[in-house]
Design a protein around this ligand. Structure first.
Ligand code: ADP
Ligand code: NI
Length: 219
């Protein structure tokens, strides 16, 4: 990358950091930071367009539709207005907007015609941040925020929930591992992402084994 591109990335990081100050902890600046670093690494290994991946990772959660009455257009609009203030070509801007639109769509799998390597990389990085040690920490932090039980052996997980049931679910945090976190490994796109997910997945399985053993006083 040239120095102009590096400057655009730095300006974007500064913008996002400012925009997300005070955001809830699941999608705060540090989530963006981790996804950004992961995406950078995957982009190099997968020989993707690094400028597009950097900008897409930084801007991927700029406006969570949850906080705008489900309006999925706020994020891309905010991002476009900002990107236009930088010295970038319209082609680059369009590629970044494609990432922001489709990474956050709950129905992301329904739009395969918009897939690009760069979108896949940011999706992989976003999913990696939901698993492994960080994923475990995020899940319990979310559960605590929602005042959910950590675990309740009497409430079994339900991995076949509909989208509506999923949103309303009050189930214990451990169930979230079976309803979402342990399913992410199979959804990875890139070779690098798959490899990293494998390690993080194994770590979660080990965590669960230890958790159940300690729960029953066996360890
Ligand atoms: P995304 O970032 O993919 O939009 P969410 O907003 O659903 O995901 O979740 C943000 C973080 O909170 C993730 O790490 C996710 O695993 C966690 N989380 C979401 N729902 C639950 C839940 N029911 N129990 C525990 N953690 C959850
Ligand atoms: Ni994200």
């Amino acid at each position: 990358m040239n120095s102009l591109e590096e400057k655009s990335i730095q300006q974007t990081a500064d913008f996002v950091k400012k925009e997300l100050s005070g955001a809830e902890s699941g999608h705060d600046w540090w989530h963006i930071y981790r996804v950004w670093k992961l995406a950078q690494r995957i982009a190099v290994e997968e020989k993707a367009n690094e400028l597009v991946v950097n900008l897409g990772a930084l801007l991927h959660d700029i406006a969570d539709a949850k906080f705008y009455g489900g309006d999925e257009t706020v994020g891309p609009r905010k991002a476009e207005a900002f990107l236009k203030t930088l010295s970038l070509s319209q082609d680059i801007i369009n590629q970044v907007l494609n990432i922001i639109r489709f990474v956050s769509f709950k129905n992301r799998n329904e739009k395969p015609e918009n897939d690009s390597l760069e979108l896949h990389i940011v999706q992989d990085a976003d999913r990696l941040d939901a698993i492994g040690a960080i994923g475990i920490a995020r899940a319990f932090s979310f559960g605590g925020f929602k005042q959910r039980e950590m675990y309740n052996p009497d409430i079994p997980p339900n991995p076949d929930m509909s989208k509506e049931e999923y949103k309303k679910s009050e189930s214990p945090t451990i169930n979230h591992f079976y309803e979402k976190l342990l399913l992410l490994k199979a959804m990875m796109h890139t070779t690098t992402g798959k490899q990293m997910a494998k390690e993080r997945h194994a770590f979660m399985e080990q965590f669960l084994e230890e958790f159940y053993a300690e729960w029953e006083g066996k360890k």
